[in-house]
Design a protein. Sequence first.
Length: 166
Amino acid sequence: MARAREVAEGAPSGLSAERMSEHDLLEVVEIEETTGLSLWGWDAYRAELYKPEAIMLVVRARAAGLQTVVGVIAARMNADEVHVNNRGVREEYRRKGLGGLRLGAALGDAAGRGATAAVLEVRASNLAAQALYARFGFRVAGRRKNYYRDPPEDALVMTRPLGTAA
């Protein structure tokens, strides 16, 4: 998780990327439902938490003695590759550096587990997310027709090497 602190530079103070716990699941599902993420639901997130190949992280905001989950990223190791599956941020925390904080933490965790490559899908229309991924060294490797539903849309497959300069 040391990488999360590096990436957090420029992010608002009081934010940290941490491992997801069962206590976070209600807030994670709320983020999922309000941000248009692929719907996994409480049971799927809970099951994923206990898989050794899972990388499940949340971003917490701390203020006035309270803490709130404001972002989430779910990824999974498969041999020496990490697949970033689901990620989202509460609307009021967007454009504040959380995307980089979450992604950097997950990629750092994966590299620490021996991953040599990362892959993800992103909506073809989501130019902001594509720009973030490009800043992290991801490049478009392909397209999946009608990958997303509600609304239907193609996905761009983006990949990057890990453990080397991107």
